[in-house]
Write a protein that binds this ligand. Structure first.
Ligand code: AHR
Length: 514
């Protein structure tokens, strides 16, 4: 080793141990090395016909005693509007590959019922269908992302759905839509050709799915001015072969390729652990598992790079989030789980990972928007509670379409699942001359003093908000919905053009620096 390298190594060891002792950290943000825009679409959501996500969560129907706007719950609508939702994926998930869209249009009294085989055998009355979903997207001001049925649906059925939604001409499906009360076509850009085709979407091999994709995608036409962005059904977390085969066989036919990654301990009934009762060790394990998404995505991205050097195809992480045991008393298969400060950390850490790959990750959809898995809102009858995850999405919305900024961080680390993990996890970006920085202090016990430096930039003003709580297991309930709520953060001080930040233990802070 050269003498100079040896000195650097000694210095960095000293640096880390010095900070470790004092629980301090040093962060440098490079505004001059700014990269690509973080697509707002990584802040996407997912609404599936599963448990009470749609019925009771988003939709109560016009005749409900729960206050609603044309059938959509008012409390939930108002909460979701504050998130600036960029896109919403629907109708599944696994449900998508058993969904027959024609059953969900036309007069409600004529719509047939079906059994929701994937999710508890619940009877689905199809009262929430294509019109109800696309109108919801208009109210929320977001782009729809439709998942088409490859598993049990025909090519004709999928082709006609696209025509029904997007054709403005004198075509049979456009006329049927008009008869059903909608004159103008909707704009639908994002269209998924199947979901989890390796599993609930048909148990296929990647070679077979590739061929089916070619066939189904061929007949998903661009009508009038509508331009579809076709997304192939991608891999489950560590299945790199699925990505390899799809990129090789159908890379030229797709605009996006999905991947699903859940922060889950162990698959199987009752094995995932409680959402609210967990030890400190469980918490740190979850942080490690959430952060592992970066390595998994890197592997998928390097396969994509092999076949698509220009990064034309987007990686769409169209399902991600925590998956714990259902809350006691939940109908089996309804996947209703509570949401604690631990979930807020998973959300913050995962979004920080997505920010780092803006030239490949074009979309992500947390699962799911209401009452299922890592939700934004929980509802019970006429009550609603916002989750800690909701608050992260609201605090982080400033990162939507901001330009990613590289950072250096020196802080102490902890060994989790065999890996050294920084105790402070940070992301920075710039929009309209404002630098935004998110800092998550993962440590349950110790606060951190962070010194933040932005070379060649004079810091004049800083504002911030913090999300924290007394216990990591804390969560909002219908009885106490505001236990966890963002507060103003006043512990970032400007001294000689630098920022000194006092981060409490287990806290997440978003700063706005001018
Ligand atoms: O989000 C719940 C389910 O998880 C989805 O329906 C499916 O795609 C995935 O396995």
């Amino acid at each position: 080793m050269k003498k100079s390298s040896l000195i650097i190594v000694i210095f960095s060891i000293l640096n880390v141990s010095l900070y470790a002792q004092e629980n301090t950290g040093k962060v440098t943000i490079y505004t001059d090395r700014s990269g690509n825009k973080i697509s707002k679409h990584i802040y996407g959501h997912f609404a599936e016909h599963l448990g009470t996500c749609i019925y009771g969560g988003l939709w109560v129907g016009e005749n409900s005693s729960i206050p609603n706007e044309k059938g959509y719950r008012k409390d939930v609508l108002n909460a979701l509007k504050r998130l600036d939702i960029p896109n919403l994926r629907w109708p599944g998930g696994c449900f998508a590959d058993e969904y027959h869209w024609m059953d969900g249009v036309g007069p409600k009294e004529d719509r047939p019922k079906m059994v929701n085989n994937n999710w508890g055998g619940t009877i689905e009355d199809n009262s929430f269908g294509t019109h109800e979903f696309l109108n919801l997207c208009e109210i929320l001001g977001c782009e729809p992302y439709i998942s088409g049925n490859v598993g049990s649906g025909s090519v004709e059925e999928m082709a006609k759905w696209v025509e029904y939604m997007t054709s403005d001409g004198d075509s049979p499906m456009a006329n049927l839509r008009r008869k059903n009360g909608r004159e103008k076509a909707w704009k639908v850009k994002y269209f998924g050709v199947g979901n989890e085709s390796w599993g609930c979407g048909g148990n296929m091999r990647p070679e077979y799915y590739s061929d089916l994709y070619r066939r189904y995608a061929t007949y998903c036409r661009n009508y009038d001015n509508n331009q579809l962005f076709k997304i192939a059904s991608g891999a489950s977390d560590y299945d790199y072969n699925w990505t390899e085969v799809l990129m090789k066989n159908i890379g030229g036919q797709m605009n996006g390729l999905s991947v699903h990654y859940y922060t889950v301990k162990e698959w199987g009934d009752g094995k995932k652990g409680s959402a609210t009762q967990f030890s400190d060790n469980d918490y740190y394990w979850t942080m490690g598992k959430a952060l592992e998404i970066e390595e998994v995505l890197q592997k998928h991205m390097s396969i994509m790079d092999k076949y698509d050097q220009d990064k034309r195809i987007g990686l769409m992480v169209d399902e991600w989030g925590t998956w714990f045991n259902e809350e006691p008393g939940t109908i089996k298969g309804h996947l209703y789980q509570q949401n604690t400060m631990r979930d807020a950390f998973v959300a913050a850490l995962t979004l920080n990972v997505f920010h780092k790959y803006p030239n490949r990750i074009q979309m992500a959809n947390i699962a799911q928007i209401a009452n299922v898995l890592q939700s934004m809102v929980l509802t019970k009858d006429d009550k609603m509670a916002l989750t800690p995850t909701y608050h992260i999405f609201e605090m982080y919305k400033v990162f939507q379409d901001a330009v990613y900024l590289p950072i250096d961080i020196v802080t102490d680390r902890k060994e989790i699942r065999g890996r050294q993990i920084d105790m402070v996890n940070i992301s920075a970006a710039k929009k309209n001359d404002i630098v935004y920085i998110a800092l998550a202090n993962i440590d349950l016990e110790n606060g951190r003093n962070i010194q933040l430096n932005i070379p060649q930039t004079k810091i004049n003003k800083v504002d911030g908000r913090i999300l924290t709580s007394g216990k990591i297991t804390d969560h909002n309930t219908f009885e106490n919905p505001d236990l966890i709520n963002p507060q103003a953060f006043n512990d970032a001080k400007i001294t000689n053009g630098k920022l000194k930040i006092k981060l409490p233990a287990k806290s997440i802070v978003v700063l706005e620096i001018k």
